[in-house]
Design a protein. Structure first.
Length: 385
């Protein structure tokens, strides 16, 4: 497991520029959170200023979503303090806190029996005691802002995933929040729908002056829209700074290793997953990043062989992350529970098969134990010109 010295971890901190910056509206100190004995957040410190757009990036399992959910007490911290405009969040009325701080989730969670307009109107009409006419007028205005003026009376089942997420954004805005939290708002969408949701968030960022914290795996979007980037790793803000610094001149090794990836996708899989659909998604992802056809075919074959002949003989479920770097190297990461199981040193038939296929095709092969999980990582290198 990688050990990070907290005193050395948060490079480019808020304190460097506080004297010339707007006031801090979110201040987090010593935030820690564990689940079933596994530490997810580890004594985390962070500040977000009024009107600032902060994108939170980092590898799967770094604690990004947990950090966001702690801010509005969807998760209760084990220790530490969260100040919202100088008030202790845990002492605030939770309904007031969540009106002040809107949130958009990975899943849309729209009420299926209500139209888009009714979904947006429900909370302000019920909780803010605003008149029906005012709520309806504002909801229609929000639908226009998110590009869905013609879908007011459509039900969620009649909308695409991207359209449903845009309704969810409008629903959060209907409560007049001062701060918006976005928890990977495009992760549940097909690639064709991602840009329409990112476009809405980008417009909102440009026009509203609202404070935003966005957990995202869309690196280009994060770079374009953010005032600052938090790179999270091992449960802390490992490095932070302006977008151009983090993406062009990261100061720490793990930040540099992460940033050189162009994009990543993640899947939580068990033995019953859909092989054909999964293969198509892998191929589509690699093709999107201009990985040549023969290496895409090798990638799909490699993954299939490992699943069939090693992973699902040995483990019940795993998390698979696939990344493509700017040099077109394809990076694969498998995280799985249970006792230590390293195919690179085990001598049973399944492990030897896995080792042989990895060594034959891949480079930068590494096995480690991180937070009690087996983690196997390797790279399918780009062709040399």
């Amino acid at each position: 497991m990688i050990q990070i010295d907290k005193n050395d971890a948060q490079v480019g901190t808020v304190a460097e520029t506080n004297s010339i910056s707007p006031r801090v509206v979110i201040s987090v100190r010593g935030l820690s959170k564990s689940f079933e004995g596994v530490s997810v957040l580890r004594d985390l410190d962070a500040d977000i200023r009024k009107g600032e757009i902060v994108s939170i990036i980092g590898p799967s399992g770094a604690g990004k979503s947990t950090f966001l959910r702690c801010l509005n007490l969807l998760e209760t911290p084990d220790s530490g303090t969260i100040l919202i405009d100088g008030e202790d969040a845990e002492k605030m009325d939770v309904r007031y806190l969540r009106r002040k701080m809107g949130m958009v989730f990975q899943q849309f969670n729209l009420f299926p029996h209500l139209s888009a307009l009714e979904n947006i109107m429900l909370a302000p009409k019920t909780l803010l005691n605003e008149s029906y006419e005012d709520v309806r007028a504002y909801a229609l205005d929000l639908l226009e802002k998110v590009g869905l003026a013609g879908k007011a009376w459509a039900f969620p089942s009649e909308l695409s995933g991207g359209q449903q997420q845009r309704v969810a954004i409008a629903r959060a805005l209907a409560m007049h929040p001062e701060i918006m939290l976005f928890d990977e708002p495009t992760s549940a969408l097909d690639p064709t729908m991602v840009n329409e949701v990112l476009g809405v968030i980008r417009s909102l960022a440009d026009e509203s002056g609202m404070t935003m914290a966005i957990v995202t795996h869309e690196m280009r979007f994060a770079r374009e829209v953010s005032d600052r980037i938090f790179y999270m790793d091992q449960g802390i803000v490992y490095e932070e700074g302006p977008a151009d610094q983090i993406f062009d001149r990261p100061r720490r090794d793990r930040t540099r290793a992460f940033i050189r990836r162009v994009d990543t996708i993640r899947y939580d899989l068990d033995k019953d997953f859909d092989y054909y659909g999964f293969d198509a998604k892998i191929d589509d992802f690699a093709m999107k990043h201009l990985v040549e056809q023969d290496r895409r075919e090798l990638l799909v074959q490699l993954v299939e062989e490992l699943f069939d002949n090693f992973f699902f003989l040995k483990v019940e479920e795993l998390t698979f992350t696939l990344g493509v770097t700017e040099k077109k190297d394809v990076e694969l990461r498998f995280a799985y529970g249970g006792p230590e199981l390293n195919p690179l040193v085990s001598d049973d038939a399944a492990s030897l098969f896995a080792k042989n296929i990895i060594v034959k095709n891949c480079t930068e092969i590494e096995f480690s134990i991180i937070d009690g999980k087996n983690v196997l990582e390797f790279t399918l290198p780009a062709k040399k010109l």
